[in-house]
Design a protein around this ligand. Sequence first.
Ligand SMILES: Cc1ncc(COP(=O)(O)O)c(C=O)c1O
Length: 527
Amino acid sequence: MTVDHAARDGFSALFSSDGKDHHREPLATRLLHSFLNVCNEGRIHGEMDGRPAASLFLKSDIGDAPISFENYIEYLACEVVPYSINLSSPRCLGHMTGVVPDFVRPLADLVTRLNQNMVKREASGIFSALERQTIAMMHRTVFGHPESFYNEHIQNPSSTLGVMTSGGTLANLTGLWIARNTSFAPSGSFTGIENEGLPAALRHYGWRDAVIVGSNLVHYSVDKAAGILGLGVRNLIKVPVDRSNGIDLDALRRCVRNCTEEGRKIIAIVGIAGTTDCGSVDPLDGIASIAREAGVHFHVDGAWCLPLLFSSRHCSKLAGVEKADTVTFDGHKQLCLPSGSGMLLIRDPHAARVIEKQTRYILQEFSGDLGKHSIEGSRPATALFLHAALRLIGRNGYGALIDESIFRAQFMADLIRNRPDFQLLTEPETNIVLYRYIPERFRSACTRDLTTAENQSISTCNERIQQAQFRSGRSFVSRTQWDCASEQGPVTVVALRAVIANPFTSQDDIRFVLEDQARIAQELAAV
Ligand SMILES: Cc1ncc(COP(=O)(O)O)c(C=O)c1O
């Protein structure tokens, strides 16, 4: 066999950091500049000349000969980076991902270069202890146990205060996995649902079915969890919300009673702290009482609004979260951290034993390997970002950020209320604003009196505005569907959705976004 020396040397050079690679840094900086040029023009993304992005990625042949790093950077700088989405733009109000503080850049470099693997201590060293400390900081923020509790559990290999995850989806799944396994724990000859599966569990305990209960604004990751956990998506029961978009507690009580009467075991009731649609918070304290009375696991999905706990002005909206059994949290949403900063917090430090896994080459009984409880195997040390942010921004910094975001959402709601061309669809409880544009011919009618056909026509108009706004690259909000009351009963309409969480979004930016939409609407009406 012959060795291709040129290929081998080129390969080695790609891994080296012996000084010969210093040309890579300025090249990589070029990438950033190609993106910043787009940002400096105040745009959300570069103009694609009408070409669909996918048309640039149609070749599937790798090619045998490698290209140079310089050529690859050139390609990225010209063909890829300018067309990514400028999520840090103060006029990009569409989604829950946004601006990242600058201190993250050197830390991200460190995380990548150290390439620690959090699945096992032998590959993560001190970072396992750092991750446990980060989890404990958030656990204390939510559950507020005394100092002695944290002294006992923070680094105790037999205690689990939480699990870091890639995001809210896996945190919800992990919480509901614990709930399912606790509901169908080993008893007598039955060795537990994790081992024997759902049909055996139902037979042993004498239930007809197993269900999860949440409101009809529950995030679709809970649908995924119901499927993955073998319950079936249709066994996620969605209870209606009340006028403030929180779960209707009377309806929840009735649902719990009906489930018990019908032989359906509720493995968890899910409360939402910050719905994806409109940022509303469920009445967590009320749900906690119902769950406790029924002996059911209480899971809170706080992916969006858990950081309200940092604000002395708004933390009371989350009253009752401390009674949850498990709580989902996402650092990459309102804490402005890079993706991969999700977490499940677990009130009882021993509750995670029901999902614990051991294997022969790692994760042995007292190893303290973090992979014992995480769905993911190999996992990066992204806990470093949250660890740093909690020190560098701190409770006060994040509290101020939350206060500002909610204040600006109220400002936007006031602007909308005072304009004849827009309609506020619901009062924002936190920092997501739902509204729609009303074309001139419908403005004189009271919006409750609009017919289904008229609402349909307004929805089509809003859909076109939102798509045109995205294409323009000047500003952006997302869109969803919203159930409104009308003379003919509930009607589902297209809603524009502004997520206000970027600290640099000013009142002028918010005015700009609305003016931009009004201008687009007029342009569309003219053609
Ligand atoms: C309320 C809620 N829960 C869970 C998730 C899922 O989070 P992730 O995208 O980090 O998996 C989201 C995402 O938007 C969310 O809004």
